[in-house]
Design a protein around this ligand. Structure first.
Ligand SMILES: Cc1ncc(C[n+]2csc(CCOP(=O)(O)OP(=O)(O)O)c2C)c(N)n1
Ligand SMILES: [Mg+2]
Length: 817
């Protein structure tokens, strides 16, 4: 049953200590509140673009921070500034640096201005990109903006503790866990619990029994929409009652508490922490009666949708106001009959409030000047270069105007500087003197430093970047050992599980039966349920398990049963996984491997190959499309030596085909970002990947019979594609290009075309119009005929290649039709 809280604090503090702690808490909360108030002003006066703050949620966060221990992880949302301040991971100055988007990790450790304010993070990686000891610090996984997007990752962060407690071989991984005692703390707004990701995570955590404390900050609203439109019975704890554990069944501990009740909250969080930490039981804390003193964000005012009565209630129940009254009213009689109080008079509280206000105001000013000083340091040389340019140029007046306009901007940004300089360059395009070169170099340098500030760390830039890992060819025994290709997967995973105790594989049917294609056959029995496991049918949280566990030093391989169902997980892959390194400027990573199988089978949902959509959404994740199981196994072996996340798509129709079993299982490596020429030829370069390659190879043989010799290039790795630019070398030889895949027209084939023609300058070598041969724009129809008419066939490839040759040499290759 839902329990009420007891009032006794488990901590036996002397009164003075207790008093100091209470007043210090109040000080932190006041600082946080002043940040919110001043933050809103900064946005409304135009110094910052958008603000979303934690006012009205301060007190429960103070309590949560007390129970939060080193090694623990937070996965939360934009209201948590007080919590971050209370654990010592956010100062008022950093808060404002984030608001101004100061592009410096020193100024804004959360994201160096890459994320809007209110997205919190700590640093898991040091300056070399190596793991820090996460058990010695407070940890916050980097927030994302999509509501409830923090939930799937939270599951994995919690599960990691369970894995560390269970898997004996991991005892020495002391950077990440002390016997699995770490709790993952989630925070979410009441309205965001309407998202499917919330319910999926809640269910999965109950099934997995992981140390997760899920906090719902309930202020009855989601922007302007009241709880009656959000939640059945208007109460998340009410409707989740069935999850409550009892004598017979495992489940959750569910606790309800009012967000303005400091004493109760401290007790609740002590209890929640203990249950999760010691018993590995998930806890839901529904924190009710919270408020939004300034409304939702700087985008609007809540007077538009809250009535006078509600607004008055929010004033009366403002958690900080309530805490203040409690401090003022608190009296305790000691054993000598003397009355103990926190403060002798209100003046003491007012002094704290004044001091907090001053502190925040100074922090704001310091943050602004530090932000502006950096820009001014770039402005000074720009003005000098423009002045010198104007003096030399025949267009003096135009350039001087640009310079004067730039100087007139009282608080310039980098964009203003570059606009003036780049426009000035146009005025001297027909002139030549040293000052022009100086300006050109300055512009290039500014664009270069802009790249460093705003575009680095999309993928790993450490020594472990998977593109820098050297390939290693598979070796074979002297007598040819041909096996069903799924055996290669199985035996290679066996070798990997042996080699890396931190590797875990999980997914639908991945455990007991060893995956639907037997690529994991017998491995659960051999390595245990903690390492090879079945999951529920819940792709987004399978992904979240992977992300969270990878963020805590494990090497999860999350299996999505079929490529077509990846779309359920694509949002979280795109929003969370693909942006993680980028949004933390290389301070967090999740080197998760996602294993799936797809392409050619049959039907609308079992033969899709939506590669264009996938690669467009997943910049930041490698996307690998091996043509056979040896190549696929080689990719897993490479990825585990590196620290990038990746999606590996195995060929669904390849598991029963014969391949030779390598002897160096777990060791041979397929290069990432390299193409492979699988058939040499002279007439047309045909680029393809995955299952379609077999069709292209068949067509290649038939084309030879009519005197057309195609060269076949296996793309293998779509993200990144062909880092050595080998495809254009083939094109330089054949001068003709055909790209074949089974995506929709304009999908991944268009991406490859752009890579080859534009990035590799392939257009220079073309003697014929380049072609793409793809599937139809609709999903593939079922059955063999459905497939034949939906996707490229051998005849289609033959005829596409033949037509190219017919156009080039019509007399030699007479038209077929
Ligand atoms: C997926 C998604 N949909 C919509 C939004 C826009 N949005 C931002 S906050 C918010 C309301 C969230 O309300 P609640 O979860 O109760 O949190 P609160 O702000 O009240 O603390 C909405 C709709 C978003 N960020 N992400
Ligand atoms: Mg809300």
């Amino acid at each position: 049953m839902i329990q009420d809280t007891a009032t006794t604090s488990s901590k036996k503090l002397s009164f003075i200590d207790f008093r100091n702690e209470v007043l210090n808490d109040y000080r932190i909360a006041r600082i946080s509140r002043e940040c919110s108030l001043l933050g809103r002003r900064e946005v409304l006066t135009g110094k910052a673009k958008f603000g979303i703050f934690g006012d009205g949620k301060e007190v429960p966060q103070l309590a949560m921070a007390k129970a939060f221990q080193k090694g623990d992880f937070r996965s939360g949302y934009y209201r948590d500034q007080t919590f971050m301040m209370a654990i010592g991971e956010l100062t008022a100055q950093q808060f404002f640096a984030g608001l101004y988007a100061h592009p410096s990790l020193e100024a804004d450790p959360m994201s160096a201005g890459r994320q809007m304010g209110g997205h919190f993070a700590t640093h898991s990686l040091d300056e070399n990109g190596d793991w820090k000891n996460l058990t010695q610090q407070y940890n916050s996984s980097a927030d994302i903006s999509p509501t409830a997007g923090q939930m799937p990752r939270l599951l994995g962060l919690a599960q990691a503790s369970k894995v560390y407690r269970t898997v004996k071989e991991l005892k020495n991984n002391t950077n990440f866990s002390v016997e699995g005692n770490e709790v993952a703390w989630g925070t979410i707004g009441n309205a965001s619990t309407s998202e499917g990701l919330f319910f999926e995570t809640i269910n999965a955590a109950g099934v997995l029994q992981v140390p997760m404390v899920m906090n719902v900050w309930d202020d009855e609203y989601g922007i302007s929409v009241h709880a009656k439109y959000q939640t059945t019975k208007e109460s998340i704890s009410e409707i989740l009652k069935g999850f409550q554990r009892d004598e017979k069944n495992k489940g959750y501990e569910i606790i309800v508490v009012n967000g303005w009740d400091y004493v109760q909250l401290i007790d609740v969080y002590n209890r929640a922490s203990k249950i999760a930490r010691e018993e590995h039981v998930p806890v839901l804390v529904h924190v009710k009666e919270l408020t939004q003193p300034q409304g939702h964000s700087t985008s609007g005012s809540h007077e538009r949708y809250k009535n006078a009565e509600r607004l008055q209630w929010e004033k009366d129940f403002d958690c900080l106001a309530k805490m203040r009254s409690w401090i003022l009213d608190f009296e305790l009689e000691d054993e000598n009959g003397e009355t103990l109080k926190f403060v002798d008079s209100e003046a003491e509280i007012i002094a704290i409030e004044k001091e907090s206000k001053k502190h925040v105001s100074l922090a704001k000013r310091n943050a602004w000047s530090s932000y502006l000083d950096e820009i001014k340091a770039e402005l000074t040389p720009a003005i000098t270069h423009l002045t010198n340019l104007a003096n030399k140029s025949s267009n003096t007046s135009f350039i001087t105007k640009l310079k004067n306009d730039l100087e007139a901007i009282s608080e310039p940004i980098r964009k203003d500087i570059l606009i003036a300089c780049r426009k000035a360059l146009r005025y001297v395009k027909d002139e030549n003197f040293a000052e022009k070169t100086i300006l050109q170099n300055f512009i290039k340098q500014q664009i270069g430093s802009g790249y460093t500030l705003f575009s680095t760390h999309l993928t790993s830039e450490t020594a472990l970047a998977s593109t820098s890992i050297s390939p290693l060819a598979p070796t074979y025994s002297s007598e040819k050992n041909l096996v069903d290709a799924r055996v290669i997967m199985r035996d290679n995973f066996d070798a990997l599980l042996k080699k890396y105790p931190e590797v875990l594989i999980f997914g639908e049917d991945a455990g007991f039966i060893g995956d639907v294609n037997q690529g994991l056959e017998g491995l659960q029995e051999k390595f245990g349920e903690a390492r090879v496991s079945d999951t529920g049918i819940r792709e987004a949280t399978i992904l979240g398990q992977g992300i969270g566990m990878a963020m805590r030093g494990l090497r999860p391989i999350a299996e999505i049963q079929y490529l077509d169902y990846l779309l359920y997980a694509l949002q979280i892959m795109s929003d969370d996984l693909a942006t993680l390194r980028y949004r933390t400027v290389g301070k967090q990573k999740a080197p998760l491997i996602i294993r799936t199988r797809g392409h050619r089978l049959e039907g609308i949902w079992h033969s899709g190959s939506p590669m264009g959509g996938i690669i467009n959404n997943l910049r930041g994740v490698h996307v690998l499309v091996p043509r056979n199981m040896t190549k696929a196994a080689g990719f897993y072996n490479t990825l585990l030596e590196g620290d990038d996340p990746a999606l590996v798509i195995e060929c669904l129709n390849g598991y029963r085909l014969k391949e030779e079993l390598p002897t160096n299982l777990g060791e041979f490596k397929t290069a990432i970002g390299e193409v492979e020429t699988i058939k040499e030829g002279t007439d047309i370069t045909v680029v393809s990947y995955g299952s379609t390659l077999r069709i292209v190879e068949d067509a290649g043989k038939e084309l030879l019979q009519v005197g057309i010799n195609i060269e076949i290039v296996d793309a293998q790795s779509l993200l990144p594609f062909d880092l050595n630019h080998d495809t254009v070398k083939s094109l330089a030889k054949t001068n003709r290009l055909l790209i074949v895949d089974e995506d929709v027209p304009g999908g991944a084939s268009a991406y490859l075309l752009q890579e080859i023609l534009e990035n590799q300058n392939g257009y220079q070598h073309l003697d014929s119009k380049p072609y793409t041969l793809t599937a139809k724009p609709h999903r593939p129809a079922y059955g063999t005929d459905g497939d034949y008419f939906s996707k490229p066939s051998t005849e289609d490839v033959f005829e596409a290649a033949y037509q190219i040759m017919n156009e080039a040499a019509p007399t030699k290759f007479n038209s077929l039709y």
